[in-house]
Design a protein around this ligand. Structure first.
Ligand SMILES: C[S@@+](CC[C@H](N)C(=O)[O-])C[C@H]1O[C@@H](n2cnc3c(N)ncnc32)[C@H](O)[C@@H]1O
Length: 281
């Protein structure tokens, strides 16, 4: 299979790629569940934590709160625009930020108590190698916590399982075409528990948090679903993958000015999973 040679990651990440807006929208939307996931780690003041692939730095700031002034929350990301955004998000927490590749990080071995990494390992062409590079940074007895959203199919259209199935399949096919991937190339989106074991972590356990929203939505929820999903991910991109009548219906459901707008339906009920897999080094 021919792969684009100009991109570094499986999903097109490079040092200059910028999807900071989408990351900010996601973190504002999923903040309650991500903070619950962080709380499940029972972090202690004074700990040193690396947020690998920190994106725009929201979780970095929450991690920094938990470890306090005697600890350290270090953020790193491949993309310069994301590191820049994380600088402003986490400015108050005094977090350290690095730009670099997980596979070649300029950090001292065994220097952190925990690596936190959310929705990143599935962007790597060699997830086990990435995980092992992160494990090398953790002291013996420390932990690696990998978070991944949507291990289960999401529920968007609670009232229409057929249209939802077609849209989910259309989105997946769109991404496979865009990045020239086979369905099996995307296995690491769902195989995180197995990856931790394969990489040699011990005492692996998992916990799934459900991001569940019901109409009426909070502003953060509507902002993410409308701008990042309906406009940013779906929209005209799905046209080639749906029949014209299904695409027209999706466009009506995604249009805030249309009476059929999904996010204002009283039967709008949304589900998305967020799974945290943790193992000991
Ligand atoms: C989907 S985003 C997740 C960001 C953040 N963890 C969050 O939950 O909002 C994936 C992030 O991983 C970064 N990334 C991708 N490949 C990377 C690599 N090889 N090394 C470091 N960061 C990488 C991207 O630049 C992007 O910021």
């Amino acid at each position: 299979m021919t792969r684009p040679t100009t991109t570094l990651g499986l999903l097109g990440d490079t040092a200059s790629r910028d999807y900071a807006d989408k990351l900010r929208l996601f973190n504002a939307f999923a903040a309650p569940e991500i903070r619950q996931a962080i709380a499940s780690l029972a972090l202690k003041p004074g700990m040193r934590i690396l947020d690998a692939g920190c994106g725009t730095g929201e979780a970095l700031a929450w991690l920094a709160d938990d470890v306090g002034p005697d600890g350290a929350a270090i953020g790193m990301d491949l993309a310069t625009p994301h590191v820049r955004a994380a600088h402003s998000t986490a400015a108050k927490s005094g977090s350290l930020l690095l730009q670099g590749n997980i596979l070649a990080l300029p950090m001292v071995a065994a220097s952190v108590d925990l690596v936190w990494s959310v929705n990143v390992i599935n962007h790597l062409r060699s997830p086990v190698a990435g995980l092992q590079a992160l494990m090398a940074l953790v002291r013996p007895g420390g932990r690696v916590a990998l978070g991944q959203s949507s291990l289960l199919p999401d529920m968007y259209f609670a009232w229409d399982s057929r249209l939802e199935r077609l849209v989910n399949e259309a989105v997946r096919q769109y991404y496979r075409d865009r990045y020239q991937l086979d369905e099996r190339d995307l296995t690491s989106i769902r195989a995180i528990a197995g990856l931790l074991r394969q990489a040699g972590l011990r005492d692996v356990h998992v916990r799934t948090f459900m991001i569940e929203r019901l109409a009426p939505l909070r502003l953060e929820d509507e902002n993410y679903l409308l701008n990042a999903i309906f406009r940013g991910t779906w929209g005209s991109r799905l046209q080639a993958y749906l029949s014209s009548s299904d695409h027209e219906e999706v466009m009506r459901l995604c249009d805030p000015n249309h009476p059929d707008y999904a996010l204002r339906r009283p039967d709008f009920h949304f589900l998305q999973s967020f799974t945290l897999a943790v193992g000991v080094v």
